[in-house]
Write a protein that binds this ligand. Structure first.
Ligand SMILES: O=C(CO)COP(=O)(O)O
Length: 236
């Protein structure tokens, strides 16, 4: 049984007001959540999530300076790849640089609908992962987030079987191309329209090690998503 600690990230992006952030932080701090890795945040928010279970997260690709003391950063999000033209190579450079600065990285990969329909999903995510693998040697501080572009903010979630298939493929890719240990230990989390209703079935998949949550991370149901970690402990 893999000993990967369940990881849940809340990617607030530019959504929500300061008031919304305060509310969700209060809800999270009052909730009885398992002591898994939980991180949430946005560029300017300095939300005081309880230290036991939470760390702050910088926004997508910003705040790469050590003095900001933001331990986690999301890199390679499809919105930046698409809107700002960030190539896999550029993303990989940022991942490598972030690690040298003592940051931990949630590295996002994922295929578009056209790529899925063309049957190239695994080729696409493998190429995105390869770009990163070529520029780093230590995977300890990396979480890989599989975020199919067609599922982000669309309400169309990957089925548990679709998510499992890609996560399993990525783990096999890491096994063959990086090392068996990295394949076994690296958390591969799923992102794309995760909510309180669909999280448990996804979390039950053997290679789904957590979530990266957009819209639902500003709502009280984020607590249910964090709690879906218990699916793992009860099946261990
Ligand atoms: O982009 C996402 C997380 O990084 C996913 O967003 P949604 O959960 O709103 O689909």
């Amino acid at each position: 049984m893999a000993s990967r600690k369940f990881f849940v990230g809340g990617n607030w992006k530019c959504n929500g007001t300061g008031e919304d952030v305060k509310k969700i932080v209060t809800v999270l701090n009052q909730a009885e959540v398992p002591s898994e890795d939980v991180v949430a945040g946005q560029g300017a928010a300095a939300a005081g999530l309880r230290r036991r279970s939470a760390e702050l997260l910088g926004a997508q690709g910003r705040r790469l300076h050590r003095r900001d003391q933001v331990p986690w950063v999301i890199l390679g999000h499809s919105e930046r790849r698409a809107l700002l033209g960030e190539s896999s190579d550029f993303v990989a450079d940022k991942v490598a640089y972030a690690l040298t600065q003592g940051l931990k990285v949630i590295a996002c990969i994922g295929e578009t609908l056209e790529q899925r329909e063309a049957g190239t999903t695994m080729d696409v995510v493998a190429a995105q992962t390869k770009a990163i693998a070529e520029k780093i040697s230590d995977w300890t501080n990396i979480v890989l987030a599989y975020e199919p572009v067609w599922a982000i903010g669309t309400g169309k979630v990957a089925t548990p079987a679709q998510a499992q298939e890609v996560h399993d493929g990525l783990r096999k890719w890491l096994h063959s191309n990086v090392s068996p240990a990295v394949a076994e230990l690296t958390r591969i989390i799923y992102g794309g329209s995760v909510n309180g209703a669909n999280c448990k079935e996804l979390a039950a998949q053997p290679d789904v090690d957590g979530f990266l949550v957009g819209g639902a991370s500003l709502k009280p149901e984020f607590v249910d998503i964090i709690k879906s970690a218990t699916v793992k402990s009860s099946s261990a």
